[in-house]
Design a binder for this molecule. Structure first.
Ligand SMILES: [Cu+2]
Length: 387
């Protein structure tokens, strides 16, 4: 071994010893700081127990219609099946419900009046804690849309006669929401937290499906907008949630958006929506496993941008009319509005760490841009389990 090598080895040893000394010094300092900031060890255990209790509280999950309002710890995952059903009926112009005769009178090109609609969603929600303050989620869904409508025939004397009602169903995978929930602030003393939702949805739902024309059984036409399975474009879904937990109750406020990032290949972008929610949950059973929830929701939905030429510019028949002129559900200028909903729910924590969550909502105010179907009620029911 020559001298320079020996020297190098000595220097290397010196550096590494100094470095390890530095590290142990730092860790000692860190331990001291931990001791000081955590007060007495018994406090630390008490806080941990409080946290464990909080996670089994039924109300750490928001009412069943909402998501993005809770996190999981890094070693925890959650799987949830959620069912949603939205029931619609009647055509509204602004805030007023119209009879079929009024629709035909005020919108004389109308040949098809949609009367009932049902939107069912089967969702699989998977969440995984990544760090203490970041949880990732993905939520594939299967959609079943059903619409009932009455087509009208001109009797040649300027009178429209109703034909037999018809029913159409469109089902398949919907869009794919995914993202990260980031707890940007939490206050252990006041039991509050602020959660950002950095969310998107991928346009996996089909918007080009076709069905038989209610006017002509020989003709295939594209589904009207509300029957389609997706947005047709990438959506940004940023949201923000604030939670506050008390002894046996909690409150939450959430703003959740759904914003089109472009137009679909079909030439349009659906409504951007902004949902502002406030809710109150109360644990009401002795064993603290039952909670009821009360919720109020405001929704603002924008107009569509652009139109689908298949529905709105391609004219057919004699006189030539577009599908949008014949069927208000296919008219892209009849979209958006302001809505106010009330929700009533129940959450139950089960022994195995799973949860049942149910909520029914109904509108107390609906103000549509143009002719649109009104909502009667929606339900959401879910079973979830953290492990
Ligand atoms: Cu979860």
């Amino acid at each position: 071994m020559n001298f320079s090598r020996l020297l190098l080895a000595i220097i290397f040893c010196g550096i590494s010893t100094a470095a390890s000394a530095e590290i142990s010094f730092l860790s000692t300092i860190q331990n001291r700081l931990d001791e000081i900031t955590s007060n007495r060890p018994s406090d630390h255990i008490a806080t941990r127990e409080m946290k464990a209790e909080k996670y089994s509280r039924p109300d750490t999950h928001a009412p069943a219609h909402l998501m993005g309002a809770h996190l999981h710890s890094p070693d925890e995952q959650m799987i949830e099946y959620k069912y949603m059903n939205m029931s619609m009926s009647g055509l509204f112009n602004g805030q007023t419900e119209l009879t079929n005769a009024q629709v035909l009178d005020q919108f004389p090109m109308t040949m098809v009046v949609p009367e009932k609609m049902n939107m069912e969603m089967h969702m699989l929600h998977y969440m995984k804690g990544w760090t203490d303050d970041i949880t990732l989620y993905v939520m594939p869904m299967w959609i079943v849309n059903t619409m009932e409508m009455t087509p009208y025939m001109d009797n040649g004397m300027g009178m429209k006669m109703p034909m037999a009602s018809q029913r159409r169903t469109n089902s398949g995978f919907g869009d794919l929401p995914f993202g990260a929930l980031w707890r940007v602030r939490s206050n252990e003393e006041e039991n509050t937290e602020l959660i950002l939702n950095i969310g998107f949805s991928a346009p996996t739902g089909d918007i080009d499906g076709t069905t038989t024309s209610p006017m002509n059984p020989m003709m295939q036409i594209e589904y009207p907008y509300p029957m389609r399975l997706g947005a047709g474009t990438w959506m940004a879904r940023p949201g923000i949630t604030w939670n506050k937990y008390q002894e046996d109750s909690s409150v939450g406020v959430q703003l959740q958006t759904n914003i089109a990032l472009g137009k679909s290949d079909a030439g349009y972008a659906p409504s951007d929506t902004y949902r502002l929610n406030g809710w109150y949950s109360k644990i009401f059973s002795e064993d603290k496993t039952w909670a009821y929830t009360l919720r109020m929701e405001s929704i603002w939905a924008s107009d569509f941008q652009g139109v689908d030429p298949q529905l709105e510019t391609m004219a057919m028949g004699n006189p030539p009319m577009t599908i949008a002129q014949m069927n208000p559900a296919a008219n892209g200028s009849f979209k958006g509005g302001q809505f106010l909903n009330f929700g009533y729910g129940m959450i139950k924590s089960l022994k195995d760490g799973s949860r049942l969550n149910f909520e029914i909502t109904h509108p107390v105010h609906q103000d549509f841009h143009g002719l649109q179907m009104g909502t009667d009620w929606t339900i959401a029911a879910s079973w979830s389990k953290s492990y």
